[in-house]
Design a protein around this ligand. Structure first.
Ligand code: FE2
Length: 343
C-alpha cells in the first residue's frame, strides 16, 4: 500500500531551522528517494562511445601528454546520466580507453580497486602482473586484481589501445581507493599461466592447498574464447552462445565485484536477455548491429562500447556475425544478496 508521505514544506520554518542547527534531517520527505518502490531509479543513463569518435582524441592525447605526465593515458567514458567529467560509466563500473605508444612504459603501481583490460587495437604491448608478463592481443581479457602490482610496456610498432574496466566507483564511494607506486617488476622468463598451467579447459595443476593462488590465471586469450563460442554455436540449441570468464581453480567469477562474459551473435540473430539487477557495459570485439536499451537504440560497430543501467530492458540484434564482451557487477550484487533477474 503506497502512502503519501509528508513534505519538508509542510514543516514550520522555525522547526526546519532548528533541525539544521542540530545537524539532523527528517527522513520521511526523502524516503521515496532512497527507498523507491519495486525497483531502483538509476541515475545512470545508457551510454554509447563509438571507437570512431574516441580513437582520434586518444591519439591526440598521445601527442599532447607524454605518458610520464599521465601515468596512465586514459580517456574515461562518462555516464551521460552523471554528465561530463563523471569518473564512471555506471554506479559501480568505471570504463576508460587507454593508449600506449611504441616504446612507452606505464610505471608500476598497485591499488585497491581491481581492473580488467580488454585489448581493442594493436599488438606488441604487455602487462606485467606480479612478475608475470602477459601479452596483450586484440580481444584478450587481462586481469590486474586489486592488490597486485602491475606495469605496462610496448615492444610493437603501432599504437595499442585497450579498454579498462574497474570497480573504482565502489572504492571511491567506500573511501577505500588509493595507490602506491614502485619500481618496474622483474619478469619471470616463461609464458603466462594461460599457456602453461591452464592450457586446456578442465585441467588444473595438482597443488597443495597452501600453494593455491587467489588469481591463478590473469590472461584469457581471445582466440580460445572465440573458438569456444563457435563450437557452442555449431552444436548448440540455437540460443545465443555466451560464456562466463571464470577462475579456472574455483569456477567463480574472475574478480570479487565484476563479471565478464563473451557473447556471439550470428548474422540476423535477435536476443532478449532478462532484465537484470546488475548494471552492464558491452564492448564490441567485432561485428555490427544494434541494441535497444529501455527503448533507446544504439547502432554499434567494431570496437564500440555501450552501457546499460540496472534493470534495463535489452534487445540485441546483429547485422553481421558479432562478438561482444559484457561487463557487469553481478558478483558484487550476489555478495550483497540482492542479484535478481526479471522476465
Ligand atoms: Fe593500475
Amino acid at each position: 500500500m503506497s502512502q503519501q508521505l509528508g513534505t519538508l514544506e509542510e514543516l514550520p520554518e522555525a522547526y526546519r531551522d532548528a533541525l539544521s542547527k542540530a545537524g539532523v534531517a527528517p527522513l520521511w520527505p526523502m524516503m521515496r528517494n532512497v527507498l523507491p518502490h519495486d525497483a531502483p531509479q538509476p541515475l545512470t543513463k545508457p551510454g554509447h562511445w563509438t571507437y570512431g569518435s574516441v580513437r582520434p582524441l586518444l591519439i591526440e592525447a598521445g601527442e599532447l601528454t607524454p605518458v610520464e605526465k599521465a601515468e596512465r593515458r586514459v580517456l574515461v567514458l562518462c555516464d551521460p546520466g552523471r554528465g561530463p567529467g563523471a569518473m564512471q560509466a555506471t554506479a559501480s563500473i568505471y570504463l576508460g580507453m587507454q593508449l600506449l605508444l611504441p616504446g612507452e612504459t606505464a610505471p608500476a603501481h598497485v591499488h585497491t580497486p581491481s581492473a580488467v583490460r580488454i585489448i581493442v587495437e594493436g599488438e606488441g604491448a604487455f602487462t606485467v602482473v606480479d612478475g608475470e608478463k602477459l601479452p596483450m592481443c586484440e580481444g584478450d581479457l587481462v586481469l590486474t586484481p586489486g592488490g597486485e602490482w602491475h606495469d605496462h610496456g610496448h615492444e610493437g610498432q603501432d599504437p595499442v589501445v585497450w579498454l579498462d574496466a574497474l570497480d573504482l566507483p565502489l572504492f571511491v564511494y567506500l573511501e577505500g581507493s588509493y595507490a602506491r607506486e614502485g619500481d618496474l617488476q622483474a619478469r619471470r622468463n616463461r609464458p603466462d599461466a594461460s599457456e602453461v598451467e591452464y592450457r586446456s579447459a578442465g585441467l588444473a595443476p595438482s597443488r597443495q592447498a597452501h600453494r593455491a593462488r587467489r588469481y591463478p590465471m590473469m590472461r584469457y586469450p581471445w582466440d580460445r574464447t572465440e573458438a569456444a563460442l563457435r563450437a557452442m554455436a555449431d552444436h548448440g540449441d540455437g540460443a545465443m552462445p555466451e560464456l562466463d570468464y571464470v577462475n579456472p581453480e574455483t569456477g567463480a567469477d574472475v574478480l570479487p565485484t565484476m563479471g565478464f562474459t563473451a557473447m556471439m551473435l550470428a548474422a540476423g540473430m535477435t536476443t532478449t536477455p532478462p532484465r537484470r539487477s546488475c548494471s552492464s557495459a558491452f564492448h564490441v570485439v567485432r561485428g555490427r548491429g544494434r541494441t535497444t536499451i529501455d527503448g533507446q537504440t544504439v547502432e554499434w560497430g567494431p570496437k564500440d562500447t555501450f552501457s546499460a543501467p540496472v534493470f534495463a530492458s535489452l534487445s540485441h540484434e546483429a547485422d553481421e556475425e558479432a562478438f561482444l564482451v559484457r561487463i557487469h557487477d553481478r558478483p558484487l550484487q550476489e555478495k550483497l544478496g540482492y542479484y535478481e533477474e526479471r522476465e
